[in-house]
Design a protein around this ligand. Structure first.
Ligand SMILES: [Zn+2]
Length: 108
């Protein structure tokens, strides 16, 4: 009874080609242009003997400069979030240490 999770990347023709317009409008958050499908693929997932397909699409802005600026922005946000997480972790740790010190009656 082990969940046998295997992912296998396969190429499917009808998912979408680069440059093809998507059914739902996905507008660029920077310039407002409709985004285009840069990459579309399906992945075969086998779970408990059942085969399912998961669709993935990667949407990008048709404006290359805009897209690269957006990626930089996202990267900066990610770095910022990681820094906040790290600070929080360190604060929690310091807080815990303080509680231990109090319980032990440690005084300076
Ligand atoms: Zn854009």
């Amino acid at each position: 009874m082990t969940a046998d999770l295997t992912t296998e990347a396969i190429s499917v023709k009808n998912v979408g080609k680069p440059g093809q317009k998507n059914m739902t409008q996905n507008l660029c958050s920077r310039c407002g242009k409709p985004r285009i499908v840069a990459k579309a693929w399906k992945e075969k997932v086998i779970c408990d003997g059942k085969v399912t397909y998961v669709e993935y699409t990667q949407m990008v802005c048709p404006d290359k400069e805009c897209q690269s600026a957006l990626e930089k922005q996202l990267q900066a946000q990610l770095v910022n979030r990681q820094r906040i997480e790290k600070n929080k972790l360190e604060r929690d740790l310091a807080h815990k240490q303080k509680m231990v010190d109090l319980r032990l009656g440690k005084k300076k």
